[in-house]
Design a protein around this ligand. Sequence first.
Ligand code: GLN
Length: 280
Amino acid sequence: MKYFRALTAVVLAGAMTLSLAACGGSTDTAESADTSAEAEATDEASDDTEAVVTTVEEGQFIWGTNASFPPYESIDNNEVVGIDADIAAELGARLGLEAVVENMEFDAIIPAVTSGKIDVGIAGMTVNEERLVNVNFSTPYVEAGQVIVVPEGSDITSVEDLNGKIIGVQRGTTGDDYVSDAENGIEAAEIQRFSSAVETGQALLSNKIEVIVIDNQPAKSIVNANEGLEILPEPLTSEQYAICVSKDNEALLDAINAALADMEADGTLQAILDEYLVED
Ligand code: GLN
């Protein structure tokens, strides 16, 4: 179960300062989220009150995702469900905002955040330096990593065997980065890029590709839902997922971090992870 633990230490460290900050202000996050001209004016007038949280649409917390990445997000009965959907709903409730989802291509999420179309990206999104140039990230809420998925009995048994193979990845993801980065020394015959985890899995099942490199939990969902596939035991990377927020909205980032810290402290975050994470 170690792999599935939320990042307790990291999140709790943030909780100390952030929840104190939340208690110190005369307006709490829920009230702050419900902005009025008057509240804003009051807030600007005094330095010791908490910053007012503004969002793209008043009263809403619009989160972007690519709902084809189980167990973090997938579509069930026309609804986006999964870990990130539950986290978004919980954050919305704690911020006094209605969580509204926008389903899009994974590589459209950061541009949607930076251009102010959506408030945040919650999409099993790995924190990395390249993305930090464009967006801020919340404290991480879970650990993950890239793994190799092959048909059972494949001659690929380790990362060295990826040379000369047709590899499938999700476009614009850290799996794509890993196999594309010359530093990792993978000399693929070809890299095919798909727009979702589910499509990548389908391409492997139909033998369009020989192997996929993908996040560990979606890999488990694909392997569990289909006969004849297996995950190689050695993960290729160690990553952390967090929520991306516009660099122009520090108040929202702070409110999210405070709410995440509370969700860690009261067990809500771990309960959400435990409900969905697929064990080995
Ligand atoms: N964790 C990977 C990334 O951030 C994949 C995320 C996804 O496809 N939803 O790039």
